[in-house]
Design a protein around this ligand. Structure first.
Ligand code: HEM
Length: 509
């Protein structure tokens, strides 16, 4: 059954398909036995890979077209009565030579993926296949490097330092982008009675990261004009197509599958667009590239890394995460909007403006952002290979994994684990307020725990604190300007598409 959320604007709205159904399956797969992890019985990992070639193809058809992502995993948890199972992951033949994984489907087993002593993160950003390095100027960029590779330390260190140096620019710059974005939304509303939130915030995400990395240069004044987001979207699409489905009518499923999952797309299709992006960063990110060179990085390699981090990691993550934020806050309804507006306006008045200090004094805003990152992380998959023979522990059993086997974590099942979170698939705005902060160690969206920090020796997102800050700022600006909003959304494999249908201007400040 699809669960429903009741609110004023959307009488009964289906939530995405991870459901109370999921809770029931996960809870029943995990009996109420002791979770003292040292004494868990050692069990063989259930599940099978099927026949070579056919098994992976059957699994990917089930995953994309018959069962769907959440049900694919939920069905296997139920069938094997285990949250650690063997399965194939897309894309499979012929793009990935070995699609076999050990899937971690609860919050107890998932964090092994962050233990860089035990797991290797070499070329696993996209899972069991890696797009050609021709998409990135011939370089293996940071996100594909394992922590044991010296270049990881060098490049990750460069990004951590670059972000730290620009921390004072973030708040005014993003507020400026938000000002432009809300003006654009209001203009669309006055013309069409609705506004395309995703379109406006894709542009804002690109503008923000470009200006942050390029000394505040507006991309519209460069060779990119307003084409930046489109160029990145096309470049991303051809790299990630094997992991996606367009959600076309059933009749097209086999054609789609054959076209996008038989052979990888060649990088030459996006070469000229990529070169435009590269040229824009090469010309305008001069201070940033100087910093990279000072640290000992080759300028050309640094620039390809900057394009990837700005385009794939930052823009790709933010443009998907902002609509998710708006969707959940929108679904929560007018009462939450009132509470948020009250908190935001009170603190901003008392602090004399929107400052970092002010943001720290908004427990509800903070909690809402963490809850959104928990309930619908923009990057739901994480992969890593066992560096050595190791033991993975779920809540109820332990499992031996052999050196070289691929581990795959499906994050929504980890962060909606009913053994960790009460009402795990309900959006609880105040979940992380006060005592609730203790649960932050189970919020994992950044490829690490929310209570830990990115460093050169781990693979946690260096943009972790920046992303949280930007999401808080979005809420602050929204509720300084408006009392409430109404919206519609369509859920797809890429995340929600949000259309704003009404905005009520702030009645108090
Ligand atoms: C909502 C936005 C974002 C999301 C959801 C996100 C998520 C992630 C995740 C899940 C990873 C780990 C991938 C893996 O190895 O499995 C990652 C890595 C990374 N992210 Fe982010 N990120 C976001 C924004 C940013 C921003 C704003 C930046 C930089 C300005 C950034 C830079 C990076 C880099 C460089 C890595 C590779 C880290 C490493 O190799 O150690 N990300 N991000």
């Amino acid at each position: 059954m699809v669960p429903l959320i009741r609110n004023k604007t959307h009488n009964l709205i289906p939530t995405p398909p991870t459901t109370s159904f999921l809770s029931r399956i996960l809870s029943s797969a995990m009996s109420s036995s002791s979770s003292n992890s040292d004494h868990l019985p050692l069990k063989p990992i259930p599940g099978s890979y099927g026949f070579p070639f056919f098994g992976p193809i059957i699994d990917r058809h089930n995953y994309f077209y018959h069962e769907g992502r959440d049900n694919f995993f939920a069905a296997r948890v139920r069938r094997h009565n285990s949250t650690v199972i063997r399965t194939n992951m897309p894309p499979g033949p012929f793009i990935a030579s070995d699609p076999r994984v050990v899937a971690l489907l609860d919050g107890a087993s998932f964090p092994i993926l962050f233990d860089n002593q035990k797991v290797q993160k070499l070329d696993v950003l996209d899972g069991t296949f890696m797009p050609s390095t021709k998409f990135t100027g011939g370089f293996r960029v940071c996100a594909y490097l394992d922590t044991a590779e010296p270049n990881h330390e060098l490049i990750k260190g460069f990004f951590l330092q670059a972000l730290a140096r620009r921390k004072d620019a973030v708040l005014p710059l993003f507020r400026n982008c938000l000002g432009e974005s809300f003006a654009e939304i209001e203009e669309q509303m006055s013309k069409n009675k609705k506004a395309d939130f995703n379109g406006v915030f894709s542009q804002a995400s690109f503008n923000f990261i470009f200006r942050l990395f390029c000394d505040n240069k507006d991309p519209s004044q460069t060779n990119l004009a307003s084409k930046g987001p489109k160029l990145v979207d096309t470049w991303l699409l051809f790299q990630l197509a094997p992991l996606a489905t367009l959600g076309l009518p059933k009749i097209f499923n086999y054609i789609e599958d054959f076209l996008i999952r038989t052979l990888p797309f060649p990088a030459c299709i996006t070469k000229s667009g990529y070169n435009s992006l590269y040229d824009a960063f090469k010309t305008h990110a001069t201070a940033l590239l100087d910093e990279a060179q000072k640290l000992g990085l080759d300028r050309d390699e640094a620039c390809h890394n900057v394009v990837f981090t700005a385009g794939f990691n930052a823009y790709g993550g933010l443009k998907n995460q902002f609509p998710v934020l708006l969707k959940w806050v929108g679904l929560a309804g007018e009462k939450l909007h009132e509470e948020l507006a009250r908190e935001v306006r009170r603190v901003v008045n008392a602090e004399g403006g929107v400052t970092l200090n002010a943001l720290e004094k908004m427990p509800l805003v903070k909690s809402v952002v963490y809850e959104m990152l928990r309930i619908e992380p923009a990057v739901p998959y994480q992969y890593a290979r066992a560096r050595e023979d190791l033991v993975v522990r779920s809540h109820d059993a332990s499992f031996e994994v052999k050196k070289g086997e691929m581990l795959f974590g499906y994050q929504p099942f980890a962060t909606k684990d009913p053994r960790i979170f009460e009402d795990a698939e309900v959006f609880v705005a105040r979940r992380f307020v006060g005592e609730g902060e203790k649960l932050l160690k189970h919020v994992l969206w950044s490829n690490g725990k929310e209570t830990e920090e990115p460093s050169v020796s781990n693979k946690q997102c260096p943009g972790k604190n920046l992303v949280v800050l930007l999401c808080r700022l979005l809420l602050v600006e929204l509720f300084l300007r408006y009392d409430t909003f109404e919206f519609e959304f369509k859920q797809s494999g890429f995340g929600p598409s949000v259309t704003i249908t009404s905005l009520t201007k702030a009645s108090t400040f």
